[in-house]
Write a protein that binds this ligand. Structure first.
Ligand code: PMP
Length: 549
């Protein structure tokens, strides 16, 4: 792809043209969700402006137009994955719901105690917890495939696990952390030899690799529209017709019935409606077709994606202290790593202050983090609209962060007061300056005695952990000792402690953290969407002073 073609693609995505924290937006969190092309946004708008009506329910013209569009999207998905029948495509709210549907409908009706379901250590929680639930409900056994040092499923481990009690193998085509293709063709063929069914979680792969469910011969395939340049709240379950026919409804209510009667009983609708109760995400489903068209139109860009992946991998590896979680270059542009001596969250917040979106934490794959012996990692994930220039810029930012950035700051005083903090932040206008100020303050947090770091004092955010130990003395004064490995959290803790330490229980219980953070221009850190757990820290303080022990 030429640079003009890349620019043309970027121009289809309006969000990418905005500034974030005063910098050009660099969106490197595509494995979480991709941005949406204008065609998808227009399709949502057009639906609401011209054909909004409920589907499958009324005979009027608008309803019939909406239903036609809705079913055309189903046909588009059918063609996209080469399913034999349109009714093998069931709309769900996403991959998670699709897997839950299979677990609760197929699993609950077909499995009995002692049956085995095989997953892998690399699965997203969405492909672990539904099976663990069945373990509890039915007494089935969940077995887990080991990984090679590349992060790919170890087929010899699979071979050791598979038995004639194996009823289902549920694995991802590509893990959201590892970015490498698993040998699903082999797994499907081997599972068939023992009569087991196979569910493929294609959430990460389907935007990059065309999948043909007839050729693969998998029993179930699941994915989400929002990782394919489509809308959120829309997902698909492909299931082979004969299996879906056997399966009982998953949710019940309107539309999924043929007849409802208090006298002569209730019967269920035919496929696919048996699994689609209630009003669906009509606008989302209709606009999903535009996303599929976008992917199909970019087929020739697969060479570009491959070269971008190879380039980004080499550039990242050129940072000596950067350690990839697994060996070898990923097949799609998902790079998960840690940087020696740096907390993942500090790296992410630094990049965020420069307009770069990456994800850190356990990535909804806690068992994988445990398996690889890390608490979490930084993940950079690219899409078609990302460029080598963006990669260069981010690599340069990482080098800056490591070389001079936040590391070479002097140790400052530890005596902070709320007023002093307010003064410091008055002069820090930009997000960049505020970020630097937080990091400087983090340097001043005294270390916490190891014996105070207990399960009771631990607060687990998604991205980092913190410990907070609260005591109240005889004069009702609050004294808090707190710690975190992430410098950004240390800084935020200094800000919190400056406002509450040495104050009376009454003062602290009426203290308005919301207003305080708002005045500092840091309100976003108290948002429930932040993975850093600051909100939980503040809530813990509030609970302690409202119910002193
Ligand atoms: N499986 C994989 C491999 C994923 O990457 C994700 C999303 N991160 C999911 C399942 C869950 O998808 P959703 O949140 O869209 O239901």
């Amino acid at each position: 792809m030429t640079s003009e073609q890349t620019t043309q693609i970027r121009n289809l995505f309006p969000l990418l043209n905005q500034k974030v924290n005063g910098n050009d937006c660099i969106y490197f969190d595509n494995a979480a969700t991709t941005q949406k092309p204008i065609a998808v946004i227009d399709a949502i708008k057009a639906y609401y402006q011209t054909s909004n009506a409920n589907v499958h329910r009324a005979a009027h013209t608008l309803a019939s137009a909406a239903t036609t569009e809705f079913e055309n999207s189903r046909k588009a998905v059918q063609t996209f994955i080469n399913a034999k029948h349109a009714h093998e495509i069931i709309w769900t709210s996403g991959t998670t719901e699709a897997i839950n549907l299979v677990a609760q409908s197929w699993g609950s009706s077909q499995l009995v105690a002692g049956d085995e379901v095989i997953v892998s250590h690399a699965e997203h929680h969405a492909n672990i917890v539904p099976w663990q639930q069945l373990e509890q409900q039915l007494g089935i056994q969940v077995k887990v495939i080991e990984l090679l040092d590349t992060g790919v499923l170890d087929l010899s481990s699979f071979e050791r696990l598979i038995t004639d009690r194996t009823r289902l193998v549920a694995v991802s085509h590509i893990s959201n952390v590892i970015g490498k293709c698993n040998p699903i063709e082999h797994i499907i063929q081997r599972a068939k030899q023992v009569g087991a069914k196979v569910l493929i979680d294609a959430a990460q792969s389907i935007a990059h690799y065309p999948l043909d469910v007839q050729q693969l011969d998998c029993d179930f395939l699941v994915f989400s529209a929002h990782k394919m340049y489509g809308p959120t709240g829309v997902g698909c379950l492909f299931g082979k017709s004969e299996l879906l026919e056997l399966m009982p409804p998953y949710k019940t209510g309107g539309e999924m019935i043929k007849k409802v009667s208090f006298n002569s009983g209730t019967t269920f609708n035919v496929l696919p409606h048996k699994f689609e109760t209630g009003t669906p995400n009509i606008a989302g489903i209709i606009s999903f077709r535009a996303a599929i068209s976008f992917i199909q139109a970019q087929k020739e860009a697969s060479g570009y994606e491959a070269s971008l992946t190879a380039y980004a991998y080499q550039q990242l590896l050129s940072i000596p202290s950067l350690n990839m979680l697994t060996n070898g270059q990923p097949d799609i542009a998902i790079f998960s790593f840690n940087i020696a001596g740096e907390h993942q969250q500090d790296v992410a917040t630094y990049l965020d202050s420069k307009g770069v979106a990456v994800r850190v934490g356990h990535h909804c794959a806690m068992p994988l983090m445990e398996y690889l012996g890390v608490q979490g990692c930084i993940r950079i994930s690219l899409a078609l609209y990302n460029t080598k220039a963006e990669v260069d810029h981010v690599v340069e930012l990482l080098r800056n962060f490591l070389n001079q950035g936040v590391k070479k700051v002097a140790k400052a005083s530890v005596n902070h007061s709320k007023e002093k903090i307010m003064t410091l932040f008055e002069s820090a206008k930009s997000w960049d300056a505020k970020h630097r100020q937080i990091m400087l303050l983090g340097k001043t947090l005294p270390t916490m005695a190891d014996e105070l770091k207990t399960d009771e004092t631990l607060i687990n955010g998604c991205e980092s952990a913190a410990w907070i130990h609260i005591t109240i003395d005889r004069e009702s004064k609050v004294n808090i000792v707190a710690f975190s490995q992430a410098k950004i959290i240390k800084g935020l803790l200094v800000i919190v402690l400056a406002a509450v330490n040495g104050k009376t229980v009454e003062n602290v219980s009426t203290f308005d953290f919301h207003e305080y953070f708002n005045d500092l221009g840091l309100l976003q850190h108290l948002s429930p969407s932040r993975g850093n757990g600051l909100l939980a820290i503040v809530e813990k303080i509030k609970r302690a002073v409202n119910k002193p022990l």
